[in-house]
Unconditional design. Structure first.
Length: 215
C-alpha cells in the first residue's frame, strides 16, 4: 500500500509543532484536519522532525527545521470540527469540572474517529490551556440527551467523586417532554415538563398526567 510522504522546511520560526502541522496538513491534504487528529499522528510516530521521530505536540520549532510526515492515504479522512465547550462549562476548579453536554454529542470516542465527543473535546480544551488533560468519568448520558456532566480533573478527587455517585449523594434531576398519542387517545395531555428526582423516586411517586380535552 503506498505511503504519502509530505516534507516541509520552515522559512521562519513557528510557535509549536502541532499548530504548524494543523495548518500545513490542512493545506496539503486539501481537507480539514483537526488538532486531535494531528496529535494522534504524532503519538503514532508518523511525524519526523529533522530526521528524528517526534511525539511532542508542543515542541518549539525554529527556522530551517525539516518536517516529514508519512501517512496512509486510506487513513486520511475529513474530521468534524471539535465541539466548542468553553462556553458550556458551568463550574470548574482545580479538581472538578461540570459541563452542559449538548444533545447530539457522544460522551466517549467511538470507532469513527472523525465523530466528536465530550471527553475528547474537554481534553483538547485543557491541553490548549496548557493544562493536564486527565478526566475521570463517573456518569454517562446518551448521545441525544443533554444535561450536566461532572468529571474529576485530578486522581486525588477521583475516589471521592466515585463514592459520592455510588452513595447517591449526588442529586440527579431529570426533565422530560411527554405527550399522549393522538391516534389512540381522545383526551390529550398538553406538552409538559416533568421533573424526577431519581435517587428518591419510588413507584408511588409517578403521578399520571392530568388530561385535558381539546377545544
Amino acid at each position: 500500500m503506498p505511503i504519502r510522504r509530505l516534507v516541509a522546511t520552515l522559512a521562519s520560526s513557528e510557535a509549536r509543532l502541532d499548530r504548524f502541522l494543523h495548518t500545513w496538513l490542512t493545506e496539503q491534504l486539501r481537507s480539514p484536519v483537526s488538532k486531535a487528529q494531528v496529535r494522534r499522528w504524532l503519538m503514532a510516530g508518523a511525524i519526523r522532525v529533522d530526521g528524528i521521530g517526534s511525539r511532542r505536540p508542543a515542541r518549539p520549532l525554529r527556522r530551517g527545521t525539516r518536517i516529514e510526515v508519512r501517512l496512509d492515504p486510506n487513513q486520511v479522512r475529513t474530521s468534524e470540527r471539535p465541539p466548542e465547550l468553553g462556553g458550556r462549562i458551568l463550574y470548574e476548579d482545580a479538581a472538578l469540572i461540570a459541563v452542559d453536554k449538548p444533545a447530539g454529542l457522544a460522551m466517549h470516542p467511538s470507532a469513527d474517529r472523525a465523530r466528536p465527543d465530550l471527553v475528547s473535546g474537554l481534553a483538547l480544551l485543557l491541553r490548549d490551556r496548557g493544562q493536564r488533560d486527565y478526566l475521570a468519568v463517573h456518569q454517562r448520558l446518551d448521545r441525544e440527551t443533554s444535561g450536566v456532566v461532572l468529571l474529576a480533573k485530578l486522581e486525588a478527587a477521583n475516589s471521592g467523586l466515585a463514592a459520592s455517585f455510588a452513595k447517591r449523594e449526588v442529586v440527579k434531576l431529570y426533565q422530560a417532554l411527554t405527550r399522549r398519542c393522538l391516534a389512540t387517545m381522545q383526551e390529550v395531555a398538553p406538552l409538559a415538563a416533568v421533573e424526577i428526582d431519581r435517587p428518591r423516586m419510588t413507584a408511588s411517586d409517578l403521578k399520571p398526567l392530568v388530561a385535558t380535552k381539546r377545544a
